[in-house]
Design a protein around this ligand. Structure first.
Ligand SMILES: [Zn+2]
Ligand SMILES: [Zn+2]
Length: 96
């Protein structure tokens, strides 16, 4: 482990003696105390950093909407759109 490993969650360096986990996609190291196992692991129990966890969730959403958007009622589409607008707010982007 290099001395330059910075936890992407708390932005502090990871010291040798601290417990840490590694993102299975980009190999980022994160303090064990900074990660929530229920949020940042995939279906096989592999750790993901917040970015790769969000991208994996979006990939899943892409697949659902690509294959099944015709199965959604207008009300269900509105529900999804309003959730997506909340995500834009969380990311600091104003919805149109
Ligand atoms: Zn941390
Ligand atoms: Zn990652």
């Amino acid at each position: 482990m290099s001395s330059k490993d910075i936890c992407p969650i708390c932005k502090r360096p990871i010291e040798e003696e601290e417990g840490y986990v590694t993102c299975s996609v980009c190999s980022a190291k994160m303090h064990r105390r900074c990660v929530d196992e229920e949020v940042l692991t995939d279906a096989s129990g592999e750790w993901l950093c917040p970015y790769d966890a969000a991208m994996a969730a979006l990939d899943w959403l892409d697949a659902i909407l690509t294959h099944y958007s015709h199965a959604l009622t207008p009300e269900q589409r509105d529900d999804i759109v309003s959730r997506l607008k909340n995500y834009l707010k969380l990311l600091g982007e104003a919805p149109p």
